[in-house]
Design a protein around this ligand. Sequence first.
Ligand code: SAM
Length: 342
Amino acid sequence: MHGTTTTQRRISPLIDPFARAITYLRVSVTDRCDFRCVYCMAENMTFLPKADLLTLEELDRLCSAFVDRGVRKLRLTGGEPLVRRGIMTLVASLSRHLKRGTLDELTLTTNGSQLAKYAAELAEHGIERVNVSLDTLDSDKFRDITRWGELDKVMAGIDAAQRAGLRVKINAVALKGVNEDEIPRLIEWAHGRGMDLTLIEVMPLGDVGEGRLDQYLPLSMVRAELAKRFTLDDIDYRTGGPARYVNVRETGGRLGFITPLTHNFCESCNRVRITCTGTLFMCLGQEDAADLRTPLRASEANDLLLAEIDRAIARKPKGHDFVIDRRHKRPALARHMSMTGG
Ligand code: SAM
């Protein structure tokens, strides 16, 4: 793996045109996944040829260049990050930035299917918390949503993560008529195990072969329903992500809401995303992107790469404008969430 040399280390932070410092990088390490969640992927997805993917060494070099420019938080995602072959080599290598104090957090978002295998190793490499995506506690429903997943495996993964001392946050996409009745149970279950729960609105990304309008459940409505049953106290707690949190008085746990549609959260955006082919997306909800793979491969030094990153950040847009309504049945963007990893 590439080391970070003093000449590569630049201290000038990445500041976008709206004076937002870019301190959070999300990296999709693969477009492949062992699940086929109905709101995320079509059942017959065509995946990228392996030759198009950045190697683990290239991913490390790219992440490290961002760390050198002031990124303090790195999140590995996918596809499913833990199905990328050799992923622990990348985690081990990136963990040097934690040891040096140049990175505050290295974390990942996972479907949990491989956590039983990797949790202990992740903890050894300085990972302190992981997000696990889980939309239901009912194994039949779980199979319907993920098409290919097994709830037992994910539960074993969560057990292993907690045993290894990792803090686990559960992310659940709120789906109309699918898990909306189950949300109180999810809250009680997650909080009962000492885990935060964050609810996410379905975002109109990629053609998944199912009507978005059928899946979309505004969290403003979920919150109103929950408020009949629980006491929800707004709190200032932030994790560097877009969730707004409440404390649930009855359970003593935290509940987050990620509401890209009912509440635009762009004004405090501190993040950018890289795909597994080295494409940099400056906004989850816009098409504009920068190819970082070409400058990365063109030279062993980072000058071309850093210049391209600077040009890209200089055009980071103010925000996105997702709309799901009867006039906008098509996806707002053609790419699937699995490309940028949420
Ligand atoms: N495989 C990993 C996982 O399951 O967490 C990481 C990638 S997955 C794309 C990241 C998150 O995006 C998951 O929580 C998933 O539920 C969510 N997601 C996928 N498609 C979505 C969509 N159209 N709208 C909202 N969330 C979505």
